[in-house]
Design a protein around this ligand. Structure first.
Ligand code: SAM
Length: 210
């Protein structure tokens, strides 16, 4: 498995092994010797790493995280990454996200709509190493394409595509094919993997701008 620097497999109470990052606790997760348990069942990016996808993420990366919610996953990202811009459009989870960011100098919470990148283009630097996307909303490919301009030429999109957010009636495989075809308008798709057993009807995607 290729894990970014700063992400380690560690043993937690009960002897189970799990991904972890080192940092301030954020949501009541188990901590051993300063290492915070990163549960793949609670995190699409955690599942992507657990499944062994080569994400290209590295320690110190500049990251744009789309769909940060209350900060569960992005808190782990900020533990190993460099500047981490966290976009979330729902005011309620952003309150928790702001608290998570208080303990992390490199985490910038943004109460913004990821479909309107021009509203945060004055804050987010361009030439980013990675976009991590988990928006669980209709138009997931549109969101990735609209934010592509922030990525360096060799940057990475690491996205979780939720089939039911696109169409609850269509077969997930058909939804994934459609979303991937649309993504290929602006990205070369490097790897995909279904996220079961961690997340039902989700597809992990790693892509790079073309
Ligand atoms: C599945 S949750 C994200 C969970 C989070 N990534 C984690 O692992 O901690 C999806 C989030 O995306 C947010 N979202 C959906 N559409 C969005 C948009 N257009 N702009 C910003 N946030 C959006 C939702 O409000 C929700 O909080």
């Amino acid at each position: 498995m290729s894990l970014p620097g700063g992400v380690e497999r560690r043993q937690f109470d009960g002897g189970d092994e799990a991904l972890s990052t080192r940092g301030e606790p954020a949501y009541g997760e188990p901590v051993v010797d300063g290492w915070r348990r990163w549960d793949a069942r609670r995190s699409k990016l955690g599942a992507t790493l657990e499944l062994g996808l080569h994400t290209g993420l590295s320690a110190g990366d500049a990251v744009l995280y789309l769909g940060a919610a209350n900060g569960t996953t992005v808190s782990h990202v900020a533990d190993f990454a460099g500047p981490t811009y966290a976009v979330e459009f729902a005011p309620r989870p952003v309150r928790d996200l702001v608290e998570v960011a208080e303990a992390r100098d490199n985490l910038v919470p943004l109460l913004k709509d990821a479909r309107q990148p021009e509203t945060y283009a004055h804050v987010v630097e361009s030439g980013l190493d990675a976009i991590v996307q988990d928006v669980a909303t209709r138009g997931q490919a549109d969101v990735a394409l609209a934010n592509r301009k922030f990525l360096a030429d060799d940057g990475r999109l690491v996205a979780a595509i939720k089939a039911r957010s696109e169409d609850v009636t269509e077969a997930p495989e058909d939804v994934f094919e459609r979303v991937l075809d649309q993504l290929r308008e602006g990205y070369e798709v490097l790897a995909t993997e279904r996220m079961e057993p961690f997340h039902e009807d989700h597809l992990a995607v790693v892509a790079t701008p073309k």
